[in-house]
Design a protein around this ligand. Structure first.
Ligand code: GDP
Length: 300
């Protein structure tokens, strides 16, 4: 995974220096924590997350568990690993299905974040698992969005509910509602509703997304965030949390050259779990997110 390349290298270098030492002095720990702090900040991890992370690592590294360890340096690496898992959300959180189908999943995020692509990925993944998903095209903002979803649906082998000319055009809330009603009627067990994104967070977009949320009462609202977004991750994630109160996060474009900051910040900042990771443009470039595996990739 390209995303964490530099951060991984920096941390590996830090730990290499540490491994040459036997017992660790307070100065060794402070030096190491300072290097970790710099590496995280350079990777665009949000300041509040970096502060929390390094304070905890420092406190634990100065404590008994390290002093008494046979290999103190290795113990510090272990602590960093555990704390990475913690800021990434702890244990894996799976997609939640409604007790009574259909399970309604709404997608939200900035334009270009990867929502429409994700809709196809998710639909294909669910279909492979025996579900009968329906995609709903409620992104009526971008001229090509409906067609794009139809193309993605075709690739995934999953039907798409789109507004008929003259019925619902220009009214994404109505399309979303009609789509969910259609799914019930046709006995689809999952409905995935794609919504509009703008280039920046704006009030009108949030109101629309929030109106759709109220109208369809989704079981999951997935906030799709581009890992390349860097320091804007905090403001964007908070705005979407206030606006649509999402239930989970999808990290997209983890295959790119992002420095990893968004990926490392968003769960901790919003208190919402990362449920999926998107790692390419193809419909199969997608996987459930495991905090422990991501932490190992960073520290490998
Ligand atoms: P939307 O505006 O949020 O619906 O975003 P799209 O789904 O249209 O994606 C925007 C662009 O990002 C498209 O060119 C996608 O092919 C690309 N894209 C989406 N997800 C990924 C990913 O995980 N990795 C890479 N490299 N590209 C992606």
């Amino acid at each position: 995974m390209a995303t964490f390349g530099t951060l991984s290298d920096r941390l590996a270098e830090t730990f290499k220096n540490l491994r040459t030492k036997g017992k660790l002095s307070a100065a060794d720990v402070d030096g190491t924590v300072r290097e970790i702090r710099r590496a995280l900040l350079d990777a665009d991890v949000a300041l509040e997350v970096v502060k929390d992370f390094t304070a905890t690592v420092r406190e634990r590294a100065l404590g008994d568990e390290v002093n008494k360890a046979l290999n103190p340096a290795q113990q510090v690496v272990q602590i960093v690993n555990e704390e990475l898992i913690r800021i990434l959300g702890g244990s894996q959180r799976r997609l939640e299905f409604a007790k009574k189908p259909p399970t309604v999943i709404m997608l939200a995020g900035l334009q270009g974040a990867g929502k429409t692509t994700l809709a196809g990925k998710l639909a294909k993944w669910l279909a492979k698992d025996g579900h009968t998903p329906l995609l709903v095209a409620s992104d009526l903002q971008r001229p090509n969005a409906v067609t794009q979803l139809q193309v993605v649906g075709e690739q995934a082998g999953v039907p798409v509910f789109a507004p008929e000319p003259g019925n619902g055009v220009g009214n994404p809330v109505k399309v979303a509602k009609d789509g969910v009603a259609w799914a019930k009627q046709k006995q689809h067990d999952v409905v995935i509703v794609d919504t509009a994104g703008r280039l920046g967070v704006d009030a009108e977009l949030m109101k629309q997304a929030s109106d759709i949320r109220k109208a369809i009462d989704p079981d999951e609202v997935l906030f799709v965030i581009d890992a390349m977004i860097g320091q804007d991750a905090v403001a964007t994630a908070k705005a979407f949390q206030d606006g649509v109160d999402f239930t989970g996060v999808v990290l997209s474009k983890l295959d790119g050259d992002a420095r990893g900051g968004a990926a490392l910040s968003v769960a901790s900042i919003t208190g919402r779990p990362i449920i999926f990771a998107s790692t390419g443009e193809g419909l199969d470039d997608f996987e459930p997110f495991h905090p422990d595996r991501m932490a190992s990739r960073i520290l490998d």
